[in-house]
Ligand binder design. Structure first.
Ligand code: NAP
Length: 251
């Protein structure tokens, strides 16, 4: 029985867990950071909370006799990915990253790519705008320094405490979001600019397509630098890697 640790918090991690949960030769565990109070259901055991840095993760891998790690975290979760690479190197446990390719702009897209959240706030400018924000809790706080804008915030769970600005509305949802629904949302709130991450995949592409059809600009946070580890985009390729690379290693 091979013991696989999936670093999760994404749709891909859940789908991979569903695939591995069906197999008798694999015992998979999903690890979540614990950011959401009601995480999605998984068909395999779930552990929740940080490991205590790369060293803590390495200790966990040894203690739990993990045979392989799949880093299926979000492309903006750069710290855990770096920790996974360091812990895998230290323990010599094979690591594969399952990561969505970034979206690339089409000719009609009006993307303004920025380095980070602070640059996104600056890119909104001084004049009041109606902004659709689809960022995480930690990034949202930075928009309090641009209180002149009207914000519509979409998040998985309610934003608590709310944004410290006079004009903010909130919608919750886990996705996937369709172009049609996102277009209706943008129109209903008379949004004139979107701030988002280049998450890749289909689940949150609706807003990108909707912005294109409405001619709206998108301020897109560039992806952070991630460790150079073997990476695939499809769950099928994870299955092949597990059956070949890990099996060849003799675990
Ligand atoms: P991060 O900045 O890369 O990681 C910060 C710390 O959180 C890590 O050092 C680790 O703590 C802990 N951590 C992160 N992911 C973990 C996991 N899967 N299992 C156990 N501990 C984990 O991560 P983040 O950007 O805050 O993202 C946190 C989680 O939310 C990830 O699982 C990610 O897949 C998911 N997520 C993130 C985003 C995003 O935009 N960043 C979007 C959707 C989902 P220790 O050092 O103590 O081990």
């Amino acid at each position: 029985m091979r013991r696989i640790l999936i670093l999760g918090g994404t749709t891909e991690a859940r789908r991979l867990a569903e695939r591995l949960g069906e197999r008798r030769d694999v015992a998979a565990t999903v690890s979540l950071a614990g950011r959401t109070r009601t995480p999605a259901a998984y068909p395999v055991p779930v552990r929740i909370g940080g490991f205590g840095g790369a060293q803590g993760l390495a200790r966990y891998l040894t203690r739990e006799r993990v045979d392989a790690i799949i880093d299926a975290t979000h492309p903006y979760a750069a710290i855990i990915s770096a920790n996974a690479a360091a812990a895998a190197a230290a323990t010599r446990i094979p690591l594969l990253a399952l990561r969505r390719a970034p979206w690339t702009p089409l000719p009609a897209d009006r993307w303004i790519e920025v380095a980070d959240t602070a640059a996104a706030v600056d890119a909104l400018g001084e004049a009041p705008r109606r902004v659709f924000l689809t960022l995480g809790k930690t990034e949202l706080g930075m928009f309090a320094r641009a209180p002149q804008h009207h914000y519509l915030v979409r998040s998985v769970e309610p934003v608590d405490p709310p944004l410290a600005v006079p004009h903010a509305a909130y919608v919750t949802g886990r996705g996937p979001f369709t172009e049609m629904d996102d277009r209706a949302l943008l129109i209903a709130h008379t949004i004139d600019v979107i701030v988002a991450k280049n998450s890749g995949g289909t689940a949150t592409y609706g807003k990108i397509a909707a912005a294109r059809s409405l001619g709206l600009p998108i301020i897109l946070l560039r992806r952070p630098a991630l460790p150079e580890v073997p990476t695939v985009e499809a769950i099928e390729d994870v299955m092949i890697w597990l059956d070949h690379a890990v099996a060849l290693r003799g675990v």
